[in-house]
Structure formats: C-alpha cells, structure tokens
Design a protein around this ligand. Structure first.
Ligand SMILES: [Zn+2]
Ligand SMILES: [Zn+2]
Length: 350
C-alpha cells in the first residue's frame, strides 16, 4: 500500500479549540526516509499541554502524538535497516544536528543545536511544521526510527516511546538496579512504567502516591512497597531510606518531604518540566543530596529500552480509544482518570 502525501489527522488550530479532523501533507520520500502507516499513537500529557499552548507559544495547526507504532509502507533507496512490512516506532524526536558533542555521544535529546521534535517544531532544512502521530502516516529519517519487538502487544508498546524511555533513561544513567532502593513518585503513565522497569532492573521499588486508591495497583504493577505521601507519619517512617527517587509529577509540588526520605548521597530526579522552587538547601547539604533532571533518551538508548521491554515482557497498561474520543480523553487526563495511558487506534481515522 502506498499513501498519497496528504493524510488524515487530528489537529488543534489554536490554544482554545478542541482537536478536530484536519488534512496534512507528508513530505515525499527522500533517500534516507522511512514511511510508516501509523497503527497506534499514545496520548502523552505533553500532547495536551502543547495543544493548549501551555508550554510557551505552540505552532499551529498542531498535530500531537509522539508515541507512534506502525508498519513500514515504503523506504527510500538509501535505507538499510528497514523493509516494507516491518514494525517500527517513532518517539519524541525526528531529527537533530548530528555533529555536536551530545549527538556524537548518542544523546540526541540533549543536542546542543536543539533536536527537532516530532510535532510542534519545524524541519531543519525546509522550515515546514512537523506533525505528530495523531495521523494515519508519517515520514521520518531512518536514523530516528526504532525497531519494535514483535513479541509485545502493539497498542501497549506505543507509550514506551515517550513514557517508557523517560523512565528508562535515568534508571540507566544513574545505574539503578540490584541493591538500590528506589522510589517512584506518582502513579500515572510515567510512574506505572517506572515501577515495571525498575523492578525488572532488580531494584527494590517503593511507590509514593497521594491516592490510597492506587496502593493496590502499585503493588499489582510490581512495587514492593507503597507509601501514602500526604500522610506525615508514613513519610517519617521512610526518612533516609532511598538511594534514588524519580518524580514523575508533572505539576508544581513540594520536593522537601521527598528529599528527607533520601539517604546520604541520594538523588531526586525530576522528569517533568517543573520548577523545583522552595527546595531547602539544608536538606541537600546535610546529607550531600542532590536534585537532578532527565529528559527522554537518545535513539540508541530508546532502542535498548524497547529490546529490554521485549525481553522482559514489559508494556504499558492502556485504554484503547478511537481518534474521535480524543477531547474526552484529554478531559479525563486532566482529572487523572486513566489507567494508565490512552492509546489511539488509528484504524478509527482511516
Ligand atoms: Zn511524551
Ligand atoms: Zn546535536
């Protein structure tokens, strides 16, 4: 099957309109390009923030979606790693400068000249807007296309492309595994994958949640312990307990109660774009603790994560929706009413 360059999509036309059907153009295939038929697209919190221009001015029309799983429908003549019919994935980035120090180290997410995001960005050479996964097809340079293990349930693989790598990368960077006690703050799209990945890496895992109702789910997902983080006694009981804390909370929150639960030299790693204002310096210097941040992962590491998930049978817990349900899904996400990731079945947009 070969797609015409014009494809069906869902787009936001401005910060205040709901997403609605829209037609976009995909570029003609270049020598290094892979064309995918998009089968499933995960729904990330950042989709909603960017559709609503909550992270600085967004570029409209905006087609969100950076957790893409699909099947290769065409390849350029210079493509060597993919063939028509292969399963493939696309995550948060579709390009980077390829010559800075970060790119040379396979850390394209920290490209010093700025990586090109899958949507809400402009192609480096043409200046054309990039459009994401809420569409039926996409064209991406081979270097930013991932192999998807065929052993996993495909719809549930999609969230690995952003939520999964966002958790996997800091776990690997700080070499978290056997012998470490790690806590995950928040049980959402990121947190539930953080638990699964940290457990698979051999760590002892605690879930911090404010919701008593999520405790049983935390344990079901593999956490060894659950601590209700707005219970001062429960927090006191785990003071000085953790080597690492990964906070997945996407909104402003007080980090100090969590810092107290770190051991000496413990690290609190944030993956949400939050301002850690109000951090008490005394809590840092008294135990040589630090607060760090981490952003998705490089292409090679994303591939490593997908392969790791293939070996360990790790996928997201998802709710499959039709494209037409996206605006309702956004409202439910705002209300934390999803276990734990929406994934769009793109067959609904054909
Ligand atoms: Zn995302
Ligand atoms: Zn670069």
């Amino acid at each position: 099957m070969f797609f015409l360059p014009t494809v069906n999509a869902y787009a936001a036309q401005d910060a205040h309109s709901p997403l609605a059907p829209f037609q976009i153009e995909r570029r003609e295939l270049r020598a290094q390009d892979v064309q995918l038929e998009i089968l499933y697209s995960g729904v990330c919190h950042s989709d909603l923030h960017q559709a609503r221009s909550e992270w600085g001015p967004s570029l409209y029309p905006l087609v969100p979606g950076h957790e893409i799983v699909g099947r290769v429908t065409a390849v350029g003549e210079g493509v060597s790693r993919f063939q028509v019919g292969d399963l493939a994935g696309v995550g948060v980035m579709i390009d980077s400068c390829q010559h800075c120090e970060s790119c040379a180290e396979g850390l394209e997410q920290y490209c010093e000249n700025g990586h090109t995001t899958t949507y809400n960005s402009r192609e480096k050479d043409t200046g054309n807007l990039t459009f994401g996964g809420y569409s039926t097809s996409i064209v991406v340079t081979e270097q930013f296309v991932l192999r998807v293990p065929g052993s996993l349930a495909l719809p549930a693989v999609a969230p690995l492309l952003c939520a999964g790598i966002t958790m996997y990368s800091p776990l690997k960077h700080w070499k978290i595994g056997r012998g470490h006690h790690v806590a995950i703050v928040g049980l959402g799209g990121l947190g539930h994958l953080g638990i699964k990945l940290a457990v698979a890496l051999g760590a002892e895992v605690t879930l911090f949640t404010t919701s008593q109702g999520k405790a049983a789910d935390g344990l079901r997902l593999g956490a060894h312990h659950v601590v209700i983080s707005n219970d001062p006694d429960a927090m006191k009981a785990v003071r000085g307990s953790f080597d690492f804390i990964l906070s997945t909370v996407p909104t402003k929150h007080d980090l100090n109660p969590y810092l107290r639960t770190l051991k000496r030299d413990g690290q609190l790693i944030i993956v949400g774009a939050i301002d850690p204002v109000g951090v008490h310096g005394g809590l840092l210097i008294s135990h040589r603790r630090s607060v760090a941040g981490s952003n998705i992962g490089g292409v090679a590491e994303t591939q490593e994560m997908l392969d790791f998930c293939g070996e360990h049978g790790i996928v997201a817990d998802i709710e499959l929706i039709d494209m037409q349900d996206i605006n309702v899904a956004y409202e439910r996400m705002v209300n934390n009413d999803v276990k734990y990731r929406f994934v769009i079945d793109m067959a609904s947009l054909k």
